[in-house]
Design a protein around this ligand. Structure first.
Ligand SMILES: NC(=O)c1ccc[n+]([C@@H]2O[C@H](COP(=O)([O-])OP(=O)(O)OC[C@H]3O[C@@H](n4cnc5c(N)ncnc54)[C@H](OP(=O)(O)O)[C@@H]3O)[C@@H](O)[C@H]2O)c1
Length: 327
């Protein structure tokens, strides 16, 4: 049994990790910590708060691994300190997802807090980085939208089934938990209930992440806010190269993901959110539409899009079976 700690355990992803770790046979939690350092304002009282313990570096030293469930900008200095203590680090924030300091500063409006670590961080889209994740000290857990989009597109791009003379459109819809627990005018009940809206079109911070990992900028990303708590459905439209149909795309995905415990390719029909609800699975389907191929990818943003994938990565980093605690 290995010991892990959770920093920023009072937020949505921290709470989700706590739930899954309760059932994990080989990971024992040695601390749900707050990630606050110094005398800031006290954190709000929350019914599900697990981070009642202040950050205790001495206790952290006893752990084998740590999950950083903290905002971007906060994670990087914590990661640096945890690495010094010899812990394996899975960071759920965006701090180590982009390849360069310049790309990070542009997307996140502040200089990178620990640029020296950017090079060694491994982008943890597990199914596409298995060996590198196993060897890593620091894993950048992918963003929720990028997970849904990249799992669908990467095999098709690698097989050159997509005509990159035209632009791919990733039309994505997320439940409100994707924005974290702090309410805003857009995300509180009154703004979401019986409503549906597009937001951050062309400007969302996941654009550079998707572009870098897809290896192309010929992709327009349009996020929408769904009136549900959890789940992402990505509908991806692309022009295939001549002669390629949805059935070819499905064949390619089925071959690439054969034997994958957490990716399901539908031979017919399309994924829906309730089939992935509270699972670590990504469901993929495809259909033809007037010469375009339409892919549909569904995940639970809090599980495969965050905490589940984080555990999947930590399992690999600590030499456990990748599926432990997640089935
Ligand atoms: N929600 C998702 O679907 C999702 C998916 C993928 C990745 N992520 C990423 O995962 C991270 C956590 O997301 P979340 O949705 O769990 O956010 P959240 O619900 O807003 O929780 C944020 C956590 O970070 C702590 N925190 C906030 N500001 C802090 C600061 N200045 N110093 C130290 N700790 C601070 C909070 O603790 P207090 O109780 O002390 O405020 C809380 O525990 C973010 O980087 C997010 O981008 C989220």
């Amino acid at each position: 049994v290995k010991k892990v700690a959770v920093l920023g355990a009072s937020g949505y992803t921290g709470r989700e990790i706590a739930t899954w770790l309760e059932r994990h046979p080989s990971l024992e939690v040695d601390g749900f910590f707050s990630a606050r350092v110094g005398d800031g304002p006290p954190p709000p009282e929350l019914p599900f708060a697990r981070a009642d313990q202040p950050l205790d570096w001495k206790r952290l030293r006893r752990a084998d691994g740590v999950f950083l469930c903290t905002p971007h900008g906060t994670s990087a200095p914590l990661a640096a300190r945890c690495l010094e203590l010899g812990l394996k680090v899975v960071d759920l924030s965006a701090d180590f997802r982009l390849e360069s300091e310049a790309a990070y500063a542009k997307a996140y409006d502040h200089p990178h807090p620990a640029p020296a670590l950017l090079q060694e961080a491994v982008y943890g889209l597990t199914e596409h980085a298995r060996e590198r994740v196993a060897a890593a000290r620091l894993v950048a857990n992918p963003g929720c939208y990028p997970t849904a989009v990249l799992l669908a597109l990467k095999p098709l791009l690698a097989a050159e089934l997509v005509d990159l003379h035209t632009t791919i459109v990733a039309d994505c819809k997320s439940g409100v938990s994707g924005a974290g627990r702090n309410p805003s005018a857009r995300t509180h009940f009154g703004g979401v209930h019986e409503n549906f809206s597009a937001y951050a079109v062309g400007t969302h911070r996941h654009v550079p992440e998707i572009h870098e990992q897809a290896g192309t900028t010929r992709l327009a990303f349009v996020p929408h806010l769904l009136p549900v708590f959890r789940g992402i459905l990505a509908t991806i439209y692309f022009q295939p190269v001549a002669g390629v149909k949805a059935s070819d795309a499905l064949g390619c995905l089925a071959e690439r993901y054969a034997g994958e415990p957490f990716v399901r390719v539908y031979p017919r029909g399309l994924p829906e959110l309730d089939r992935v609800h509270r699972t670590n699975e990504c469901h993929l389907g495809a259909a033809d539409a007037e010469g375009l191929v339409v892919l549909v990818s569904a995940i639970d943003n809090l599980v495969k899009g965050a905490s589940g994938q984080a555990i999947q990565n930590m399992n690999r980093m600590l030499g456990l079976d990748e599926t432990e605690g997640l089935l």
